[in-house]
Design a protein around this ligand. Structure first.
Ligand SMILES: [Zn+2]
Length: 303
Protein backbone atom coordinates (compact mmCIF):
# COMPACT_ATOMS: atom_id res chain seq x y z
CA UNK A 1 0.00 0.00 0.00
CA UNK A 2 1.11 3.56 -0.65
CA UNK A 3 2.92 5.15 2.21
CA UNK A 4 0.65 8.21 2.36
CA UNK A 5 -2.46 6.00 2.49
CA UNK A 6 -0.94 4.00 5.32
CA UNK A 7 -0.14 7.21 7.12
CA UNK A 8 -3.64 8.68 6.66
CA UNK A 9 -5.20 5.46 7.83
CA UNK A 10 -2.94 5.28 10.85
CA UNK A 11 -3.75 8.82 11.91
CA UNK A 12 -7.49 8.34 11.42
CA UNK A 13 -7.41 5.16 13.47
CA UNK A 14 -5.45 6.77 16.27
CA UNK A 15 -7.63 9.89 16.44
CA UNK A 16 -10.74 7.73 16.37
CA UNK A 17 -9.47 5.64 19.26
CA UNK A 18 -8.72 8.75 21.27
CA UNK A 19 -12.10 10.30 20.44
CA UNK A 20 -13.88 7.21 21.71
CA UNK A 21 -11.84 7.19 24.87
CA UNK A 22 -12.70 10.82 25.63
CA UNK A 23 -16.40 10.28 24.88
CA UNK A 24 -16.29 7.43 27.41
CA UNK A 25 -14.87 9.78 30.00
CA UNK A 26 -17.64 12.31 29.28
CA UNK A 27 -20.33 9.64 29.68
CA UNK A 28 -18.96 8.67 33.09
CA UNK A 29 -19.37 12.25 34.30
CA UNK A 30 -23.03 12.46 33.31
CA UNK A 31 -24.63 11.27 36.59
CA UNK A 32 -22.73 13.95 38.48
CA UNK A 33 -23.57 16.56 35.83
CA UNK A 34 -27.23 15.67 36.41
CA UNK A 35 -26.95 15.82 40.19
CA UNK A 36 -25.33 19.23 40.09
CA UNK A 37 -27.53 20.46 37.20
CA UNK A 38 -24.38 21.80 35.61
CA UNK A 39 -26.03 22.48 32.24
CA UNK A 40 -28.50 24.87 33.88
CA UNK A 41 -25.82 26.72 35.76
CA UNK A 42 -23.92 27.13 32.50
CA UNK A 43 -26.91 28.46 30.55
CA UNK A 44 -27.88 25.43 28.42
CA UNK A 45 -31.58 24.72 27.96
CA UNK A 46 -31.25 20.98 28.64
CA UNK A 47 -28.84 18.22 29.49
CA UNK A 48 -29.18 16.90 25.93
CA UNK A 49 -28.12 20.20 24.40
CA UNK A 50 -25.23 20.39 26.82
CA UNK A 51 -24.04 16.86 25.92
CA UNK A 52 -24.52 17.39 22.19
CA UNK A 53 -22.81 20.76 21.95
CA UNK A 54 -19.90 20.02 24.24
CA UNK A 55 -19.26 16.33 23.60
CA UNK A 56 -21.12 15.43 20.40
CA UNK A 57 -23.22 12.93 22.35
CA UNK A 58 -26.69 12.10 21.00
CA UNK A 59 -29.83 11.83 23.09
CA UNK A 60 -29.80 8.04 23.00
CA UNK A 61 -26.19 7.83 24.17
CA UNK A 62 -27.01 10.16 27.07
CA UNK A 63 -30.06 8.13 28.08
CA UNK A 64 -28.14 4.84 27.82
CA UNK A 65 -25.31 6.21 29.91
CA UNK A 66 -27.59 7.47 32.65
CA UNK A 67 -29.70 4.33 32.74
CA UNK A 68 -26.74 1.97 32.82
CA UNK A 69 -24.61 3.99 35.22
CA UNK A 70 -27.61 4.31 37.52
CA UNK A 71 -28.15 0.57 37.48
CA UNK A 72 -24.51 -0.30 38.19
CA UNK A 73 -24.06 2.13 41.05
CA UNK A 74 -22.07 0.43 43.77
CA UNK A 75 -21.01 -2.42 41.46
CA UNK A 76 -17.32 -1.70 41.33
CA UNK A 77 -16.30 -4.63 39.10
CA UNK A 78 -18.76 -3.64 36.35
CA UNK A 79 -17.83 -0.01 36.76
CA UNK A 80 -14.20 -0.98 36.15
CA UNK A 81 -15.12 -2.69 32.84
CA UNK A 82 -17.10 0.38 31.78
CA UNK A 83 -14.04 2.52 32.39
CA UNK A 84 -11.90 0.17 30.30
CA UNK A 85 -14.25 -0.73 27.47
CA UNK A 86 -17.09 1.78 27.53
CA UNK A 87 -20.74 1.63 28.49
CA UNK A 88 -21.81 -0.38 25.46
CA UNK A 89 -19.60 -3.27 26.48
CA UNK A 90 -21.84 -4.08 29.47
CA UNK A 91 -25.17 -3.11 27.93
CA UNK A 92 -26.22 -6.73 27.15
CA UNK A 93 -25.89 -7.59 30.85
CA UNK A 94 -28.51 -5.17 32.12
CA UNK A 95 -31.37 -7.68 32.23
CA UNK A 96 -29.52 -10.24 34.37
CA UNK A 97 -27.09 -8.12 36.38
CA UNK A 98 -27.29 -7.87 40.17
CA UNK A 99 -25.02 -7.34 43.19
CA UNK A 100 -24.24 -11.02 43.59
CA UNK A 101 -23.31 -11.84 40.01
CA UNK A 102 -21.71 -8.54 39.06
CA UNK A 103 -18.13 -9.63 39.67
CA UNK A 104 -18.62 -12.81 37.68
CA UNK A 105 -20.36 -11.04 34.79
CA UNK A 106 -17.79 -8.26 34.74
CA UNK A 107 -15.17 -10.86 33.91
CA UNK A 108 -17.31 -12.13 31.02
CA UNK A 109 -17.82 -8.60 29.68
CA UNK A 110 -14.09 -8.03 29.87
CA UNK A 111 -13.12 -10.97 27.65
CA UNK A 112 -16.15 -11.29 25.35
CA UNK A 113 -17.05 -9.16 22.37
CA UNK A 114 -20.46 -7.48 22.54
CA UNK A 115 -21.88 -10.06 20.14
CA UNK A 116 -20.62 -13.03 22.11
CA UNK A 117 -21.81 -11.46 25.34
CA UNK A 118 -25.31 -11.04 23.90
CA UNK A 119 -25.38 -14.74 23.02
CA UNK A 120 -24.07 -15.62 26.45
CA UNK A 121 -26.84 -13.63 28.13
CA UNK A 122 -29.45 -15.29 25.94
CA UNK A 123 -28.17 -18.73 26.98
CA UNK A 124 -28.07 -17.64 30.58
CA UNK A 125 -31.72 -16.67 30.42
CA UNK A 126 -32.83 -19.82 28.65
CA UNK A 127 -30.90 -21.94 31.19
CA UNK A 128 -32.77 -20.13 33.94
CA UNK A 129 -36.04 -20.99 32.20
CA UNK A 130 -35.05 -24.62 31.84
CA UNK A 131 -34.00 -24.79 35.48
CA UNK A 132 -37.38 -23.37 36.49
CA UNK A 133 -39.14 -26.05 34.51
CA UNK A 134 -37.20 -29.16 33.67
CA UNK A 135 -39.76 -30.51 31.19
CA UNK A 136 -39.42 -27.52 28.93
CA UNK A 137 -38.06 -28.51 25.52
CA UNK A 138 -35.17 -26.68 23.88
CA UNK A 139 -36.70 -23.55 22.49
CA UNK A 140 -36.40 -22.23 18.98
CA UNK A 141 -34.79 -18.83 19.09
CA UNK A 142 -37.83 -16.89 18.03
CA UNK A 143 -40.39 -18.80 20.03
CA UNK A 144 -41.49 -17.45 23.38
CA UNK A 145 -42.68 -20.08 25.81
CA UNK A 146 -45.08 -19.11 28.57
CA UNK A 147 -43.11 -18.99 31.78
CA UNK A 148 -43.24 -21.83 34.29
CA UNK A 149 -45.47 -23.95 32.14
CA UNK A 150 -44.44 -27.44 31.16
CA UNK A 151 -44.83 -27.92 27.44
CA UNK A 152 -44.14 -31.26 25.84
CA UNK A 153 -45.98 -30.68 22.58
CA UNK A 154 -46.23 -27.65 20.45
CA UNK A 155 -48.42 -26.59 17.54
CA UNK A 156 -46.68 -24.94 14.62
CA UNK A 157 -47.78 -23.64 11.25
CA UNK A 158 -45.76 -24.63 8.19
CA UNK A 159 -45.72 -22.93 4.84
CA UNK A 160 -45.46 -25.85 2.42
CA UNK A 161 -45.93 -26.44 -1.31
CA UNK A 162 -49.10 -28.32 -2.18
CA UNK A 163 -47.01 -31.15 -3.62
CA UNK A 164 -45.17 -31.59 -0.30
CA UNK A 165 -48.42 -31.47 1.67
CA UNK A 166 -49.97 -34.16 -0.51
CA UNK A 167 -47.00 -36.46 -0.08
CA UNK A 168 -46.85 -35.94 3.68
CA UNK A 169 -50.59 -36.43 4.14
CA UNK A 170 -50.36 -39.65 2.16
CA UNK A 171 -47.48 -40.93 4.28
CA UNK A 172 -49.26 -40.03 7.51
CA UNK A 173 -52.50 -41.78 6.51
CA UNK A 174 -55.85 -41.28 8.10
CA UNK A 175 -55.00 -42.77 11.49
CA UNK A 176 -51.33 -41.86 11.67
CA UNK A 177 -49.97 -38.95 13.61
CA UNK A 178 -47.61 -36.21 12.52
CA UNK A 179 -45.17 -36.71 15.33
CA UNK A 180 -44.44 -40.33 14.42
CA UNK A 181 -44.05 -39.48 10.75
CA UNK A 182 -41.72 -36.57 11.41
CA UNK A 183 -39.66 -38.69 13.80
CA UNK A 184 -39.37 -41.35 11.13
CA UNK A 185 -38.16 -38.81 8.57
CA UNK A 186 -35.63 -37.44 11.02
CA UNK A 187 -34.33 -40.93 11.81
CA UNK A 188 -34.02 -41.66 8.10
CA UNK A 189 -31.95 -38.56 7.69
CA UNK A 190 -29.67 -39.61 10.54
CA UNK A 191 -29.27 -43.04 9.02
CA UNK A 192 -28.27 -41.60 5.64
CA UNK A 193 -25.85 -39.23 7.31
CA UNK A 194 -24.29 -42.13 9.19
CA UNK A 195 -23.88 -44.08 5.95
CA UNK A 196 -22.36 -41.14 4.12
CA UNK A 197 -19.94 -40.15 6.83
CA UNK A 198 -16.41 -39.90 5.39
CA UNK A 199 -13.45 -41.56 7.11
CA UNK A 200 -11.49 -39.45 9.55
CA UNK A 201 -8.16 -38.18 8.29
CA UNK A 202 -4.95 -38.02 10.30
CA UNK A 203 -2.70 -35.33 8.87
CA UNK A 204 -0.34 -32.49 9.67
CA UNK A 205 -2.43 -30.12 7.56
CA UNK A 206 -5.02 -27.96 9.33
CA UNK A 207 -6.99 -27.78 6.13
CA UNK A 208 -10.19 -29.83 6.43
CA UNK A 209 -10.53 -32.23 3.46
CA UNK A 210 -13.34 -31.15 1.11
CA UNK A 211 -15.45 -34.30 1.59
CA UNK A 212 -15.41 -33.92 5.37
CA UNK A 213 -16.17 -30.22 5.14
CA UNK A 214 -19.14 -30.89 2.85
CA UNK A 215 -20.42 -33.63 5.12
CA UNK A 216 -20.36 -31.48 8.27
CA UNK A 217 -22.08 -28.56 6.52
CA UNK A 218 -24.74 -30.88 5.09
CA UNK A 219 -25.32 -32.47 8.49
CA UNK A 220 -25.82 -28.98 9.96
CA UNK A 221 -27.73 -27.84 6.88
CA UNK A 222 -25.52 -24.77 6.98
CA UNK A 223 -26.87 -23.74 10.39
CA UNK A 224 -24.95 -23.35 13.65
CA UNK A 225 -25.24 -26.66 15.52
CA UNK A 226 -25.27 -25.09 18.99
CA UNK A 227 -28.51 -25.84 20.83
CA UNK A 228 -31.39 -23.83 19.38
CA UNK A 229 -29.18 -21.32 17.55
CA UNK A 230 -30.68 -20.63 14.12
CA UNK A 231 -27.81 -18.57 12.74
CA UNK A 232 -25.87 -19.42 9.63
CA UNK A 233 -22.71 -21.38 10.45
CA UNK A 234 -19.44 -19.50 9.97
CA UNK A 235 -16.73 -21.73 11.38
CA UNK A 236 -16.00 -25.46 11.46
CA UNK A 237 -14.68 -26.25 14.90
CA UNK A 238 -12.59 -29.29 15.99
CA UNK A 239 -13.92 -30.26 19.39
CA UNK A 240 -10.69 -32.11 20.26
CA UNK A 241 -8.59 -29.10 19.08
CA UNK A 242 -6.50 -29.80 16.02
CA UNK A 243 -3.38 -28.64 17.84
CA UNK A 244 -3.79 -31.45 20.40
CA UNK A 245 -4.71 -34.29 18.10
CA UNK A 246 -3.96 -33.88 14.41
CA UNK A 247 -7.03 -35.46 12.95
CA UNK A 248 -10.04 -34.32 10.93
CA UNK A 249 -12.81 -36.50 12.29
CA UNK A 250 -16.27 -35.66 10.87
CA UNK A 251 -17.85 -36.75 14.16
CA UNK A 252 -15.68 -34.34 16.05
CA UNK A 253 -16.02 -31.32 13.78
CA UNK A 254 -19.02 -29.09 14.34
CA UNK A 255 -20.42 -26.13 12.44
CA UNK A 256 -20.81 -23.02 14.60
CA UNK A 257 -21.69 -19.36 14.22
CA UNK A 258 -18.97 -16.94 15.30
CA UNK A 259 -20.37 -15.96 18.71
CA UNK A 260 -20.85 -19.60 19.70
CA UNK A 261 -17.39 -20.54 18.49
CA UNK A 262 -15.99 -17.75 20.67
CA UNK A 263 -17.92 -19.13 23.61
CA UNK A 264 -16.34 -22.53 23.05
CA UNK A 265 -12.89 -20.99 22.96
CA UNK A 266 -13.57 -19.20 26.22
CA UNK A 267 -13.77 -22.71 27.70
CA UNK A 268 -17.40 -22.33 28.72
CA UNK A 269 -18.88 -25.53 27.28
CA UNK A 270 -19.42 -28.24 29.87
CA UNK A 271 -18.84 -31.26 27.64
CA UNK A 272 -17.99 -30.71 24.00
CA UNK A 273 -18.10 -34.44 23.26
CA UNK A 274 -21.88 -34.61 23.33
CA UNK A 275 -23.93 -33.24 20.41
CA UNK A 276 -23.78 -29.44 20.24
CA UNK A 277 -27.57 -29.42 20.37
CA UNK A 278 -27.23 -30.54 23.99
CA UNK A 279 -24.25 -28.41 24.98
CA UNK A 280 -24.46 -26.60 28.28
CA UNK A 281 -22.72 -23.39 29.14
CA UNK A 282 -20.71 -23.39 32.34
CA UNK A 283 -20.27 -20.39 34.57
CA UNK A 284 -16.50 -20.74 34.75
CA UNK A 285 -13.97 -22.19 32.36
CA UNK A 286 -12.25 -25.41 33.45
CA UNK A 287 -8.66 -24.21 33.49
CA UNK A 288 -7.20 -27.66 34.06
CA UNK A 289 -8.48 -28.83 30.67
CA UNK A 290 -5.59 -28.89 28.15
CA UNK A 291 -8.01 -27.52 25.57
CA UNK A 292 -8.28 -24.42 27.70
CA UNK A 293 -4.56 -23.70 27.22
CA UNK A 294 -4.90 -24.07 23.44
CA UNK A 295 -7.93 -21.78 23.47
CA UNK A 296 -6.08 -19.21 25.50
CA UNK A 297 -3.42 -19.18 22.79
CA UNK A 298 -6.04 -18.82 20.05
CA UNK A 299 -7.54 -15.89 21.92
CA UNK A 300 -4.18 -14.21 22.25
CA UNK A 301 -3.66 -14.52 18.49
CA UNK A 302 -6.97 -12.88 17.84
CA UNK A 303 -6.17 -10.11 20.28
ZN1 LIG B 1 -24.76 -20.20 17.01
Amino acid sequence: MEKSVQNLHFRFQMYGRNAREWTRKCALLLPEIVRERVWEKKGFDSLYTYARVLAGMGREAVNDALRILGKVEGMSAIRQVIEEKGINSVKPLMTILNETNQEFLAEKARVMSKNTLEMYVREWKSNADVAACSDLPRTLENVEFPEQQAIVKMTITLDLDLEVVRKLEKLKGKDGDWNTLMMELLELREKILAQEKPEEKVTESRHIPAAIERYVIDRARGVCEFRACAKKYEILHHIQRFALERVHDPSRIVALCKPHERMVHLGLIEDEKIRPMEWKIMEEADESDPKYQVDRMVQRYRG
